[in-house]
Write a protein that binds this ligand. Structure first.
Ligand SMILES: *Cc1c(COP(=O)(O)O)cnc(C)c1O
Length: 356
């Protein structure tokens, strides 16, 4: 028998979450964001559960080619565009849509020998100051690109720095309006937070990522608790050891936890080498045999230790959920000072994955 840890991917939850996105943005088409190997879920494993989407958005040519090889022939968007001029023949061959955010890319497009025009997402810097042209540059960039024979359909694209905040897109939207002045351009602006909370930014194509996987864009599970979104990934394992502590006994590396009174401790086959956050402190919620209890002591490479006081019936072989339906990934992430995005993406390759 192998080590009992497993990540379970729920295909029905993915389909359900996409339906929730559709309901939230009924007048927009949907780019399902599957970058970072579908946020750690495995792009090859899950894309068919999202096949009702209008397109897939990602970063790597490798991931785009994988989707084409597996039979996806609808749109694919490269969110960060091409990284080198030499990528253009592949973008042409696989018929990908690419974002354009820098002047060198315009030159590369002008010089390329392509079999047919390719569709572009022209990126405006909404004030976040990562990728994109400044609003006052957009008109000139647009005209330059429009004149190229290699360029097909063009869409105006932007990304928000603070869409979790109710006021967070007001100023960026003004910048985008300035950029769009005089252009009759379709727009794609909305990540998950905008898709849920800023209908005024939906426009032609929304680009949700994290909500498809059933976690919160704000990092707070409470913020999506009434949305109907369902967690897609569950990380489960088992108790493989039990210790009976006396008052004052320490647990784990650095004896970071000491028993105040007699206490039963369970040892779970899951550690930071599986993707569990090493910074999760004592008190981080964990589900054991039907009860939510807590982590005690340091997270080790291969094990964590949990308090069995609220679950006296639990023992060796009892089922443990690190995150999933019972304990939300956002709750674990928050306790560890991070966000659900990071935990999903950091699921370790050594964890077996089961698709149901
Ligand atoms: C990652 C990404 C998204 C999706 O973001 P979520 O917060 O996961 O919805 C949308 N647009 C761009 C440009 C991205 O890089």
């Amino acid at each position: 028998m192998s080590r009992p840890i497993v990540a379970t991917i729920n295909q029905q939850a993915l389909r359900h979450n996409l339906a929730i996105v559709r309901r939230a943005a009924p007048h927009s088409r949907v780019w399902s964001v599957v970058k970072a190997n579908a946020y750690g879920h495995g792009i090859a494993r899950i894309w068919q559960s999202l096949a009702e989407t209008d397109g897939f958005a990602l970063l790597n040519l490798e991931e785009a080619i994988l989707l084409r090889d597996q039979g996806w022939n609808k749109p694919i968007l490269l969110l960060e565009g091409f990284f080198h001029e030499q990528d253009l023949p592949l973008i042409d061959r696989y018929r990908l849509t690419t974002s354009v955010h820098s002047n060198w890319q315009i030159k590369a497009l002008a010089n390329a020998q392509l079999s047919a025009p390719i569709d572009l997402y022209v990126k405006v810097n909404s004030g976040m100051n990562r990728l994109g042209f400044r609003p006052e540059q957009i008109n000139g960039v647009w005209q330059k690109l429009r004149a190229l024979k290699n360029v097909g359909d063009m869409t105006l694209m932007a990304h928000f720095a603070d869409a979790e905040n109710p006021e967070g897109i007001i100023e960026p939207m003004q910048r985008i309006e300035r950029a769009a002045e005089g252009l009759s351009a379709p727009r794609s602006l909305s990540n998950s937070a905008c898709t849920l909370w800023h209908p005024e930014a939906h426009y032609d194509w929304v680009r949700p990522g994290i909500v498809l996987y059933g976690a919160s864009p704000s990092g707070d599970w409470q913020d999506i608790a009434s949305s109907g979104l369902q967690p897609v990934m569950s990380l489960t394992s088992e108790i493989i050891g039990v210790q009976q502590l006396n008052p004052g006994d320490g647990v784990g590396y650095g004896y970071r936890y000491h028993a105040q009174q007699a206490q039963r401790i369970g040892v779970v086959a899951c550690g930071y080498a599986d993707g569990y956050p090493r910074h999760a402190p004592s008190g981080t919620p964990v589900w054991v045999d039907g009860v939510v209890t807590q982590v005690v002591g340091a997270v080790s490479m291969d094990m964590i230790t949990v308090d069995l006081t609220p679950c006296p019936q639990a023992g060796i072989g009892s089922k443990v959920e690190l995150w999933g339906d019972q304990v939300k990934i956002d709750q674990v992430a928050k306790a560890a000072g991070t966000v659900g995005y990071e935990l999903m993406c950091a699921l370790a390759p050594r964890v077996p994955v089961e698709v149901i």
